[in-house]
Design a protein. Structure first.
Length: 167
């Protein structure tokens, strides 16, 4: 039976390895656990843990920009905030992360409209014998699966990091 606990080890190449790279590797390591089927008890407590892990992932994925901006070798030649503003995925990620961290909505949404998590439900996971959450986000006129969005956000980061020659 698979473990219900995530073991994710990111080995640093040394003290000169940038923090953003460690964060990037960590995001790639934890995503399969965050979006994958669960085998632990199908209880309200476990559902809350799964939802918190998803929201934490959104925050960590958005905060990758802060580590990139803190690295002078990156920030000196890449407009990271410009990339955020130009991406529908990144501005929605910003709104989801900030909405989780600051539920009072004290700042206007970067995407032009606040996203809302309208449904969280548990469903049996096909073929695994486990379960997963179904997290539905409504944003503007779109209905978005929260787990698909987590994957999409990571892929958007991958495309930018590759284009910038960082990975």
């Amino acid at each position: 039976m698979p473990s219900d606990h995530l073991t994710c080890v990111v080995t640093r190449g040394g003290d000169d390895e940038p923090e953003w790279l460690e964060r990037w590797l960590h995001l790639n390591c934890i995503l399969p656990h965050v979006i994958g089927p669960r085998s632990e008890g199908w209880t309200g407590e476990h559902e809350e843990i799964a939802l918190t892990e998803l929201k934490d992932f959104w925050v960590k994925a958005y905060q990758l920009k802060d580590a990139l901006k803190a690295d002078p070798s990156v920030a000196s030649h890449i407009d990271i905030e410009g990339a955020i503003r130009a991406s529908d995925t990144f501005v929605l990620l910003a709104d989801l992360a900030n909405g989780y961290k600051h539920p009072a909505r004290n700042q206007p949404p970067r995407s032009g409209d606040y996203p809302n998590i309208t449904r969280v439900s548990s469903i049996a996971s096909t073929g695994s014998g486990g379960w997963r959450l179904q997290v539905v986000i409504e944003h503007k006129s779109a209905v978005i699966d929260g787990y698909d969005f987590a994957s999409k956000a990571l892929e958007e980061w991958r495309a930018h990091l590759q284009r910038w020659g960082l990975v």
